[in-house]
Design a protein around this ligand. Structure first.
Ligand SMILES: C[S@@+](CC[C@H](N)C(=O)[O-])C[C@H]1O[C@@H](n2cnc3c(N)ncnc32)[C@H](O)[C@@H]1O
Length: 251
């Protein structure tokens, strides 16, 4: 797939190592079935955040479930059989998101947990230190566990400080994730040259991690401003990083 932007049926497909601006449900229609090696994505959590894309981040549980399923079915379709997807979730809307992913066809396995040692307390009816963010590990059918590099992903709790964006800074996105976190996840589920999809690219973290790790990516983001932010950040990663041979003996 992806040669000359046409698939085997002569239909248009997306170019790799590019960031596409628009609604991911529409854009993913141009991604060939069974063509993606790994999905790493972080959808809006429906917790009332204010994104530049002005999406409604305050849906009812049922609306959020339906919306998650509208893109979940595409993620499932484009992923290669027996491969993995990691989808982040808030604790509050976990049940709706998890059900939407399962109803889209995915098999749920377990959580990875992003532990943020520097998290500030938030108020959601009770005081909550939102110190743990859950990431759902999913697969398309029975997974090929040899795809996981257990030397990289040797535990399920991944500890990285939350990087709070500075107003006017170069990546002022309200939900930016640490590049180091995404590098561990992507290196753990892929090998060099694999194709990774992030349909909620935000400030570009998945694309940066992929470029640094010599993985290919397709990034999709609704907001023009975040797209530019993602592109600028990804472009600033040098092209000619020395190719790092990974310890790649998978179990
Ligand atoms: C939680 S943020 C992702 C943050 C990202 N992980 C990072 O490190 O910057 C979710 C992103 O999804 C985008 N988004 C919301 N609805 C979308 C849609 N229908 N299609 C594509 N992107 C969308 C939002 O604009 C927002 O930037």
């Amino acid at each position: 797939m992806l040669s000359n932007n046409l698939n085997s049926r002569g239909e248009i497909v997306l170019e790799i190592n590019r960031i596409y601006q628009g609604d991911c449900v529409e854009i993913m229609k141009d991604i060939d079935d069974n063509s993606i090696d790994f999905i790493n994505t972080d959808p809006p959590f429906n917790v009332g955040l204010k994104y530049e894309s002005k999406i409604d981040d305050n849906l009812s549980s049922e609306q959020y479930y339906k919306w998650c399923k509208s893109w979940g079915v595409h993620l499932y379709r484009v992923l290669k059989p027996r491969h993995y997807a990691v989808v982040a979730s808030s604790q509050i809307n976990l049940m709706a998101l998890q059900k939407a992913m399962i109803d889209s066809g995915f098999t749920f396995h377990h959580f990875l947990e992003w532990l943020k040692p520097n998290c500030q307390k938030v108020f959601t009816g009770t005081v909550l230190f939102n110190r743990i963010e859950l990431l759902l590990v999913l697969s398309k059918g029975k997974p090929d566990i040899k795809l996981i590099n257990r030397k990289v992903l040797y535990q399920d709790v991944l500890q990285y400080p939350n990087e709070v964006p500075v107003p006017g800074g170069d990546a002022n996105h309200p939900a930016r994730r640490p590049v180091a976190l995404y590098k561990q996840i992507i290196a753990g589920f892929t090998k060099p040259g694999d194709l990774v999809l992030d349909c909620f690219l935000g400030s570009g973290t998945t694309a940066i991690a992929c470029k640094e790790l010599n993985r290919n990516y397709i990034g999709i983001e609704l907001s023009e401003i975040y797209c530019k932010m993602a592109k600028d950040r990804t472009d600033s990663v040098p092209e000619s990083l020395p190719f790092m041979e990974e310890q790649d003996e998978r179990e």
